[in-house]
Design a protein around this ligand. Structure first.
Ligand SMILES: Nc1ncnc2c1ncn2[C@@H]1O[C@H](COP(=O)(O)OP(=O)(O)OP(=O)(O)O)[C@@H](O)[C@H]1O
Length: 504
């Protein structure tokens, strides 16, 4: 490639107490290229981004060049001034300001102006949105927009700040298929303007659609930078994990008797007339487009979203579930999608987090925690889910995002529920750990647990479920035995299915 690099990072190391997060890593970004940064959970991707964003400082000896000139990025404003914008998963926007303010705010301050000129704010926002070919109401409060639109606001903001390089951290994790396609179109527009994109994601198929080059990190080390043409998915995975991952189709015993029966539950504006059964030892995949009502149904079973009518039976007995405490008392566990925020005590250790939900079981009759049992339990789950580093006393906040997710999974799995409801089990989880989590879910089902797995990823639904339910607009519109389920059939139902014809 003859283009001169926009950015060169050389000899980047970062040591945290006890952990070498980056070890002599390098990265080169060309103008207008879409570059993928990949690696397992904990490989060092976020740390590298934070160094570029001015949030973390590298160890001495690091070199960062922009347009061939050495630069120091000591704080976030330095990064902005060098034309670097980072769009984190939470977008770092202001929910109660308008679209226009979110796009333009701070620009004047960056330019040294003291007074805010509202006309300029609107003009800047209009221009940025027009350049991206997006139409949005400038006066709308940001929090009233759906997530995908908020993301576009964040991109427009980067453009308004004259970014030449935009880093997107897991940008597709909460987008529907159509929204992902739209994002890819926007990325193509940015590319045409010569703006480079660093795309950090665990969704390898998407990366092969959008990225031209891939930089691979493993255990904080630089493995290499490759053109898309030099790679295929298998090769990329083996570069990332350094070992072969087996996606075996495990044979499973057939499910047992009915464990949970849901009869015609309805909640206005959420879901309507939902009926299904879950058997002991069965994994029921629940899919559909984002917003189809899957999470609302899951929450209904966990007492977070009580239905207005309908009935729920657990092991043949009618139950009324009005709160999560009641649900847990009945042996129902729900692992939500926003795991980092909802499920983790960041300032406590991994061990404390894992044993939190099972503390009662671990206490001896004198109320003391059985330290030996706790250690055993924690070690068992750290091993089963491959939580890295294998340090039970490390604080949850010091773990990488994916490893934090695994801790939340471990915490709930350790309670051994009868019914486990899990929402998007592998969002943000790397490909190796994903295979491990799939195996674990199957093992739990084999031991008799009934599992409802919500997932938007059809390969995941097809790889793990025994039966698949499809929702659309709050209704159940399809049911497939796994032998007859295909991506095509499921997509058809998800987009066009009508209720009442629940079988294929
Ligand atoms: N503040 C910190 N203190 C101690 N260790 C840390 C800290 N921040 C990160 N680490 C460690 O640095 C390593 C790299 O973490 P990083 O978050 O960069 O990984 P990642 O590749 O982004 O992972 P993921 O895909 O899970 O988001 C991990 O082992 C992590 O535990």
């Amino acid at each position: 490639m003859s283009r001169k690099p926009f950015l060169q990072m050389k000899n980047i190391s970062k040591t945290f107490p006890g952990v070498r997060a980056l070890d002599e890593v390098q990265l080169e970004i060309l103008p207008g290229e879409v570059h993928a940064l990949v690696g397992e959970n904990g490989a060092g991707k976020s740390t590298l981004i934070k160094i570029l964003a001015g949030v973390e400082q590298p160890d001495p000896g690091a070199e960062i060049l922009i347009d061939g000139h050495p630069v120091n990025i000591r704080q976030p404003i330095d990064a902005n001034q060098q034309g670097i914008a980072v769009i984190y998963q939470d977008f770092s926007l202001f929910p109660n300001l308008t679209v226009a303010e979110n796009i333009s705010f701070g620009k004047e301050i960056g330019l040294g102006k003291r007074l805010v000129n509202w006309n300029e704010i609107k003009e800047t926002a209009t221009k940025a949105l027009a350049e991206l070919g997006i139409e949005l109401d400038l006066n709308l409060q940001l929090e009233r927009l759906p997530v995908a639109k908020q993301q576009l606001v964040a991109i427009a903001r980067a453009l308004a700040f004259n970014a030449r390089f935009i880093i997107m951290d897991e940008p597709t994790s909460s987008l529907s298929r159509g929204e992902v396609e739209n994002l890819f179109k926007i990325i193509a527009t940015l590319k045409e303007k010569g703006i480079a994109i660093l795309f950090v994601s665990h969704r390898l198929q998407e990366l092969f659609t959008i990225a031209e080059r891939f930089t691979v990190l493993r255990d904080g080390k630089y493995i290499g930078t490759y053109l898309k043409e030099e790679l295929n998915e298998d090769k990329l995975i083996s570069l990332m994990v350094g070992r072969k991952i087996e996606f075996v189709k495990q044979s499973r015993s057939s499910p047992g008797p009915v464990l949970l029966e849901v009869k015609s539950i309805t909640k206005k504006g959420n879901f309507k007339d939902i009926s299904f059964t879950l058997h002991k030892g069965e994994i029921l995949g629940l899919t559909g487009l984002v917003g189809a009502g899957r999470t609302e149904v899951a929450q209904a079973l966990f007492g977070l979203n009580v239905p207005e009518s309908g009935e729920i039976f657990l092991e043949g007995v009618k139950v009324n579930i009005h709160s999560p405490e009641e649900a847990m008392g009945l042996g129902i566990a729900y692992i939500p999608e926003g795991r980092q925020r909802e499920g983790l005590v960041l300032r406590q250790s991994v061990a404390q987090n894992v044993s939190l939900a099972v503390l009662k079981k671990l206490r001896s009759k004198f109320g003391l925690l059985n330290a030996g049992k706790e250690r055993q339990l924690v070690e068992e789950y750290m091993e089963a889910l491959d939580i890295r580093p294998r340090l039970p006393n490390m604080l949850a906040m010091q773990l990488s995002g994916g490893n934090q997710q695994k801790v939340v999974l471990a915490k709930w799995l350790a309670t051994h529920p009868k019914v486990l409801i899990i929402d998007e089990p592998t969002n943000g989880i790397d490909v190796g750990a994903k295979a491990e989590i799939h195996k674990l879910l199957k093992r739990l089902a084999e031991q008799g647990m009934g599992i409802i797995m919500i997932s938007s990823e059809l390969p995941e639904i097809l790889a793990v479920s025994d039966r698949v339910l499809v929702m659309r607009r709050g209704r159940l519109v399809g049911e497939f035995a796994i032998e007859e389920a295909t991506q095509e059939k499921i997509m058809n139902k998800a987009f066009m299915g009508t209720p009442g014809k629940a079988t294929a």
